[in-house]
Design a protein around this ligand. Structure first.
Ligand SMILES: Cc1ncc(COP(=O)(O)O)c(C=O)c1O
Length: 411
C-alpha cells in the first residue's frame, strides 16, 4: 500500500486547520472521501442529473445504467448471488429497521443480540418488543470480552422460539469481530435467521455473504469512503421476496387500482420514491477504490497501526483499553477509559487532542449506551483507523495522548 499516494486522493487530508494538517482518527463514525468518489458524483450532477427507473430518454437511461453498475459492484463486493439482493438505503440504521419492520414475527418470537450493540441494532428490537410482543434477549460476552459461544448455545437450547439472531459483526465499541460463521451455523441448526450489522466490518475486511451464509447484512457506505446518507441491506433473495414492503409509494409497485397495489420484486419493492442517484453512483466509485487498494491490505494496515498505538498507550497510568487486549482482535479500533485523579473526563481528552494537534477522535458512549450503563462507565475515548492513516500519525497520537492525560493526572 502506497499510503502517501492514497492520501493525495483525499482533499480533506490536505487542508490545514490553524496551520496544521488533521490527524483523522474518527473513521468508525464517518470516513474521508477520495476525489474519485466526488468526481463520479459530479459527473452525474454535471451531465445527467435526472431521475432513474421510469423515463425513457437518453439521460434517464444513463442513470439506470450507472445504478445497475453500482448494484453489480456491491454484489461482487459482498459475494452475493444476484444484484437484486442489494438494496440501497440511507444507512445501516435504515437497513436494520427495514428488516425489523418487514420480517414477520409472532408474539413470543425471540430476537437475540450481543451485549455491545449500537443503538441501531437495539432500539428497533425494543420498539418491536412493545409493538409486536416479541422478546429481545442478550448474550453476554465472556470475561475476556470475546463472544461466549457456550452461553450462546445454551440460550438457543433453552429457547425454542428464536426467530432472529441480529448481531454486530465488528463492534464499534471496541473493534472486536464475533465468530460469525460459527454463530450462523449454530443459529441455522436451530432454525433461526441471522442478520449482521456490518457497519464496522464491511469497510475494513473482506466480507463474503455466501461463505458466511448470513441471511441479512447491513452496512453504511459513508463509513467506507462513499457519499453521506448511503447504506446497503443485503438479503437472500427468497427472504427479501417474503419481507413485507417497508416505505411504500412510487417505484415500489407495478400497478395500482383505487383498491390495492401490486408490488415489484426486490430490490424495487424496498427503494421507494426517487433515489439518491448521485449517492449510488458515488458508492460504486467507493467500492472501486477499496477494491483497488484491497480489503486484505486495509485490514493488515489497520492492525499494524493498532499495534503501535496499543503498545504505546497500554501502560499509561489510569488508562484501560476496552475489549480484548490483543490488537489482533480489535481491527482498527482502540477505545479506552481514563481515571482522572484531579477531575476531567473523556470529552476533555478529545477536546485537548483536537485543540492542540488537530487529532480527531470520538468521546462519549459511541451510541452503545446500553453497554456503558451495564458496566457503570460514563464515557470513553475512541481512535478508529483507516487506510490513509500513517505510522507517524499513530506515534503522534500516542505522544500527544500521553501528554494530554498527564495534564489531567499530574504526578
Ligand atoms: C456498529 C454500528 N452499527 C450501526 C451504526 C449506525 O450507522 P449509521 O449511522 O450509518 O446508520 C454504526 C455507526 O457508527 C455502527 O458503528
Amino acid at each position: 500500500m502506497d499510503i502517501q499516494k492514497i492520501r493525495s486522493d483525499f482533499p480533506a487530508l490536505q487542508k490545514k486547520w490553524n496551520g496544521k494538517y488533521p490527524i483523522y482518527l474518527d473513521n468508525a463514525c464517518m470516513t474521508m472521501k477520495p476525489r474519485q468518489v466526488m468526481d463520479a458524483m459530479n459527473e452525474y450532477y454535471n451531465e445527467y442529473p435526472v431521475c432513474g427507473g421510469r423515463s425513457l430518454h437518453k439521460m434517464a437511461k444513463k442513470v439506470d445504467g450507472k445504478v445497475n453498475e453500482a448494484r453489480e459492484k456491491f454484489r461482487k463486493f459482498l459475494g452475493a448471488q444476484r444484484p437484486e439482493e442489494v438494496i440501497f438505503t440511507r444507512n445501516t440504521t435504515e437497513a436494520l429497521n427495514l428488516v425489523a419492520g418487514s420480517l414477520s414475527f409472532k408474539k413470543g418470537d425471540i430476537v437475540l443480540t450481543t451485549d455491545r450493540e449500537h443503538n441501531s441494532n437495539l432500539v428497533p428490537w425494543q420498539v418491536k418488543a412493545h409493538e409486536k410482543g416479541i422478546k429481545h434477549m442478550v448474550v453476554y460476552s465472556a470475561s475476556d470480552n470475546t463472544f461466549d459461544i457456550d452461553a450462546f448455545e445454551e440460550i438457543l437450547q433453552n429457547n425454542r422460539n428464536l426467530r432472529l439472531v441480529s448481531m454486530v459483526h465488528t463492534a464499534n465499541l471496541d473493534g472486536y469481530t464475533i465468530p460469525a460463521k460459527e454463530i450462523i451455523k449454530i443459529a441455522h441448526d436451530h432454525d433461526a435467521l441471522v442478520m449482521l450489522d456490518g457497519a464496522q466490518s464491511a469497510p475494513h475486511k473482506p466480507v463474503d455473504v455466501r461463505g458466511l451464509d448470513v441471511d441479512f447484512f447491513a452496512f453504511s457506505i459513508h463509513k467506507m469512503l462513499g457519499p453521506t446518507g448511503m447504506g446497503v441491506l443485503y438479503g437472500k433473495h427468497h427472504l427479501l421476496e417474503e419481507l413485507a414492503p417497508f416505505i411504500v409509494g412510487g417505484d415500489t409497485v407495478i400497478d395500482t387500482t383505487y383498491d390495492g397495489a401490486k408490488f415489484l420484486p426486490p430490490p424495487e419493492k424496498f427503494e421507494a420514491g426517487l433515489q439518491n442517484y448521485a449517492g449510488i453512483i458515488g458508492a460504486g466509485a467507493a467500492v472501486d477504490y477499496l477494491n483497488k487498494v484491497g480489503l486484505i491490505n486495509i485490514e493488515k494496515h489497520e492492525e499494524k497501526l493498532n499495534r503501535i498505538i496499543t503498545q504505546g498507550i497500554k501502560d499509561i497510568p489510569g488508562l484501560s483499553i476496552i475489549g480484548p487486549q490483543d490488537p489482533h482482535l480489535r481491527g482498527g479500533i482502540i477505545s479506552f477509559t481514563v481515571e482522572f485523579s484531579k477531575g476531567g473526563d473523556a470529552h476533555d481528552i478529545a477536546i485537548v487532542l483536537d485543540e492542540t494537534e488537530n487529532i480527531a477522535v470520538r468521546s462519549g458512549a459511541f451510541c452503545v449506551h446500553s453497554w456503558f450503563n451495564y458496566h457503570k462507565c460514563e464515557a470513553a475515548v475512541r481512535a478508529s483507523l483507516y487506510l490513509y492513516n500513517t505510522e507517524d500519525e499513530a506515534r503522534k497520537f500516542v505522544d500527544v495522548l500521553g501528554k494530554t492525560i498527564a495534564l489531567f493526572n499530574p504526578q
